[in-house]
Write a protein that binds this ligand. Sequence first.
Ligand SMILES: NC(=O)c1ccc[n+]([C@@H]2O[C@H](COP(=O)([O-])OP(=O)(O)OC[C@H]3O[C@@H](n4cnc5c(N)ncnc54)[C@H](OP(=O)(O)O)[C@@H]3O)[C@@H](O)[C@H]2O)c1
Length: 295
Amino acid sequence: MGLREDGPSVAVVGVTGAVGQEFLRVFSDRDFPYRNIRLLASRRSTGKRLTFEDRENPEAMAHIKLQGRSGKGALIANPNCSTIVCLMAATPLHRHAKVVRMVVSTYQAASGAGTAVMEEPMQQTHEVFFFNASKSHFVQYALNLFSHNAAVFSNGYNEEEMKLVKETRKFWNDMDVKVTATCIRVPVMHAHAENVNLQIEKPLGEDTARRILEGAAGVVVVDDRESNHFPTPLDVSNKDDVAVGRIHQDLSQDGNLGFTKIEYHVLIKLDIFVCGDQIRKGAARKAIQIAENLS
Ligand SMILES: NC(=O)c1ccc[n+]([C@@H]2O[C@H](COP(=O)([O-])OP(=O)(O)OC[C@H]3O[C@@H](n4cnc5c(N)ncnc54)[C@H](OP(=O)(O)O)[C@@H]3O)[C@@H](O)[C@H]2O)c1
């Protein structure tokens, strides 16, 4: 499939990068229809050959017909990857009980900073063990964690944290929702993990919350207290769905008396722990999903 006369013309800008490569995999996985496809990168990649649908460029692009200026185009702006992972789980709860405040703490993978940094946790662990030294784009990844590498603003938040604030408001079309975030890079190769504390306007028991999440599209619940099994970045790597677990009331909130699994008890604060593949679900798959909905 793939090539189809009635499909859209597609350009993947940054195709040699972490997200661009995932785009090509998702195009094939989804049998996304396209009339022609343009694969673009910087001058640094001049002469580089890529494989797409078992063919190498330029032969995979031999069928390309450039669309004229009259053709319709769609520029799809994807939400930020940490925000997508967070809101995949928070949004079904918000729709049910209205979130009025959200506190997000992230544990973000190295691949979120692109191909140049993707391998650092593994390489550095080797270097630190064998040579007692390592080179790093940011701060040492191996056996360490650090505040997200995005630019820090004068208000003390970094750009990634402010994306969570602004894009949640935009996504929920609610300029009043209060959001604060702390974004941390951890020595994980793939997939972001996030703890999300939700203050909810309407009563919502944790069992109801679990049922809502179990019925939510694109979400799997992994919440086994007995065996201490909850979502991990490894489990969600290369998966479309976001995993959510550790669904429980926040005992610090006035009015939460420490009861668990008591449905009639009114909860006004809830904790959830979410993991999602930020390259696949947080970028390529999400953009293609938007394109599929448009076509
Ligand atoms: N990585 C993630 O988890 C993630 C998730 C969501 C969103 N994003 C966003 O997705 C975008 C790409 O991220 P990435 O992780 O894929 O980065 P990356 O691995 O560093 O790749 C960057 C890509 O952009 C290309 N590029 C750079 N400068 C260019 C120019 N002047 N003209 C044309 N192409 C140029 C590079 O081409 P060369 O190879 O030729 O240099 C490469 O293909 C960023 O905006 C990032 O914030 C990333």
